[in-house]
Write a protein that binds this ligand. Structure first.
Ligand code: PLP
Length: 403
């Protein structure tokens, strides 16, 4: 018998993933994915950039590069992040192979077997899988419409500390949460910094969606926590090109305190030596030319249009027992169903009717609660949203009736 490492024995394909494989048949309407719209990729810009590469640039693109990233991309990305108010002078930047790699690197840097960490409930499944693969002991804390519930977090930290189990870090997605869609308020961000600084616990701030706001880009609620914390708290900030250019680049980044940077560089060296040079060259040109700003303006409008249609349909068709928050940006709406409702059963019915979404259990760090549904509007046009949501609503109503 194949003798796997203990750390991977516990990794299993979920029932949801098996269900999802049924959901790829032609014609099915998908609110399941967390990917950008296929029709929205900046193909004309990418074609132009590629066509204009010099021979020297192509050689760099085909070669290995430095582990922390190509110098030109580090420079243009620093400029981009600085404009958003991120602390690029006090922190150090590493280009990673998607931001999921940044999360993996941080997990490896901090977690020994059975170390306690704290995440939100619900939480991004990719990060949960990474934390599980390092055998972290995952504790989860609830979210409300303003962000993580501070009193619950405080009680959890104090209870762990009283048992000599000080958490290694807290991991959150405060800006257009996946799957909950929530944008933390400025007030909640501030309370979080104060709480964690008082306990000297690092924060991982995952910001994969921050550029996809439907409102003004200078709303205080969009302030990155890393730039609010100053020296009071170690914040490791992660970001990604996946939702703002395309996940096919496989490029993300981490902006971390200098003490943490050195270890992360060594860990990345062992993972993959360097991230793809080819796509780093493209991403650099995209930023340096300023095209990124025009493109972001275009996709914000389009995602907002899709979100608006989904909101309209949900308002019209969902029963009142289902609670949800209107998204202010990002890709997702999180539908909270009454306790005891099994969203995986609803999903099975919806798939039969031709629509797929992701059921709540997928995002529960405790692998338990299933009374929620994530619907995403990112990769579906307005007409398809208008056809699909009534079908989701009907499947939900049927289950509520039979409960
Ligand atoms: C919250 C969050 N963080 C990180 C990622 C990882 O993105 P990538 O590795 O493509 O940069 C995703 C992808 O869906 C995400 O939703």
């Amino acid at each position: 018998m194949t003798r796997f490492a203990k750390s991977v024995e516990a990794l299993r394909a979920s029932q949801i993933r098996d269900l999802m494989s049924l959901a790829t048949r032609p014609g099915i309407i998908s609110f399941a994915g967390g990917m950008p719209g296929n029709d929205l990729f900046p193909l004309k810009y990418i074609d132009k950039i590629t066509a204009e590469l010099t021979e020297r640039e192509k050689q760099v693109a085909m070669q290995y590069g430095p582990t922390t990233g190509l110098p030109q991309l580090l420079e243009s990305l620093s400029e981009f992040l600085k404009k958003k108010g991120l602390p690029v002078e006090s922190h150090k930047l590493i280009i990673t192979t998607g931001s999921l790699q940044a999360i993996n690197i941080l997990a490896k840097a901090f977690v020994d077997i059975n170390d306690d960490i704290i995440v939100e409930n619900p939480s991004f499944i990719g990060a949960l899988s990474a934390f599980k693969s390092y055998e972290a002991n995952i504790n989860s804390c609830g979210l409300d419409d303003e962000g993580i519930i501070i009193d619950d977090l405080k009680n959890m930290i104090e209870s762990l500390e009283a048992q000599n189990r000080k958490p290694k870090f807290v991991y959150i997605t405060p800006t257009f949460h996946n799957p909950a869609g929530v944008l933390y308020t400025y007030r909640r961000r501030k309370q979080l910094v104060e709480l964690l600084a008082g306990h000297d616990i690092p924060l991982i701030e995952d910001d994969a969606y921050g550029d996809l706001t439907f409102e003004s880009t200078d709303s205080a609620d969009l302030t990155p926590i890393v730039s609010m914390a100053g020296n009071s708290l170690e914040v490791c900030y992660t970001g990604s090109f996946s939702k703002i250019i395309g996940p096919g680049l496989r490029l993300g980044w981490m902006l971390v305190p200098p003490t943490i940077y050195r270890k992360c560089e060594l860990i990345k060296q062992a993972f993959d030596a360097c991230s793809p040079s080819y796509t780093q060259v493209l991403a650099d040109k995209f930023l340096r030319s300023g095209v990124i700003y025009d493109y972001l303006a275009e996709i914000r409008v389009e995602y907002k249009k899709r979100a608006k249609e989904m909101i309209k349909q949900l308002e019209e068709y969902l029963p009142k027992e289902v609670k949800w928050v209107k998204p202010r940006g990002g890709f997702y709406i999180w539908l909270r169903l009454p306790e005891g409702v099994n969203s995986t059963e609803i999903l099975k019915d919806a798939i039969e009717q031709g629509v797929v979404f992701v059921s709540g259990k997928t995002f529960d760090p405790e692998d338990n609660a299933d009374n929620a549904i994530r619907v995403s509007y990112c990769n579906t046009d307005v007409d398809t949203i208008a056809r699909g949501i009534p079908i989701v609503a009907k499947a939900i109503k049927e289950h509520l009736k039979n409960k």
